[in-house]
Ligand binder design. Structure first.
Ligand code: DX5
Ligand code: ZN
Length: 232
């Protein structure tokens, strides 16, 4: 059954994360205003054009916040660096389906390090590609990309909502995260089709009232319950 509660993972890609003051304020703000996870976008300049940070940044954040650290690895050969992120204090480690030679082995590696294992799929990757991973305890979280990975503040690609519905149809229990282009408006349909973790950068950090925005992204509890009701 789908969990009743929607979690919010706030993406630091939307802020100037190299500025210590900005970073500390962002972490305090998201914790105070109801976010559940800190979403950390690791980019290696190869899997995606941009470069961000490595495991040393995760290590630094572990000392700064009690929120769960949701690490999204947009890197080639993630299996070579996963252990470093686990040791740095990551709670969730997500690798890209498109970047892995043996996705099942990589997800097992993440779990063996006592982390929650996620697989992300790009807008062009069909849901069917991950069907064999579902319903077997191999993967804990599926991250459906709502944009092409690489930057914050992009426009949502509509087909991603249908993909969430397809995955939810294949697995009632897996956590589904939606990443990229989420707004208060499209969050409603994303929740209804089965997403239960919403990643957001621009919508959260550009809002004038962060508490209200996070509440709106989470949606009303009755909506979540209604979803459960339909599944009975
Ligand atoms: C895109 C990243 C996202 C991004 C989301 O490559 O994986 O996590 O930060 O940012 P918004 O919500 O601004 O699209
Ligand atoms: Zn991300």
């Amino acid at each position: 059954m789908i969990p009743k509660y929607i979690r919010i993972s706030a993406s630091l890609l939307a802020i100037d994360f190299n500025n210590e003051e900005v970073l500390d304020k962002a972490l305090a703000d998201i914790e105070k205003n109801g976010a559940n996870f800190v979403h950390l976008d690791v980019m290696d300049g190869k899997f995606v054009k941009n470069k961000t940070f490595d495991h040393t940044f995760v290590d630094k954040l572990r000392d700064k916040t009690n929120l769960m650290l949701d690490v999204h690895l947009m890197v080639e050969n993630p299996e070579a660096v996963i252990e470093k992120y686990a040791k740095a204090g990551a709670d969730i480690i997500t690798v890209h389906f498109e970047a892995c030679k043996d996705i099942e082995k990589t997800l097992k590696q993440i779990k063996s390090l006592n982390c929650i294992a996620g697989v992300a799929i790009n807008p062009k990757t069909p849901a069917l590609k991950i069907r064999d991973l579902l319903g077997k305890g191999i993967v804990d979280v599926v991250v459906v990309m709502g944009v092409n990975p690489g930057a914050s503040g992009q426009k949502f690609i509509p087909g991603s909502a249908e993909k969430i519905a397809e995955i939810r149809d294949m697995d009632k229990n897996v956590f589904i995260e939606i990443d990229g282009g989420v707004t208060i408006k499209n969050a409603k349909i994303l929740r209804l089709v089965g997403a239960n973790i919403i990643i957001s950068g621009a919508t959260i950090f550009q809002s004038k009232n962060m508490k209200k925005t996070i509440k709106q992204l989470k949606g009303k509890a009755f909506m979540n319950n209604l979803m459960d009701h339909f599944k009975k």
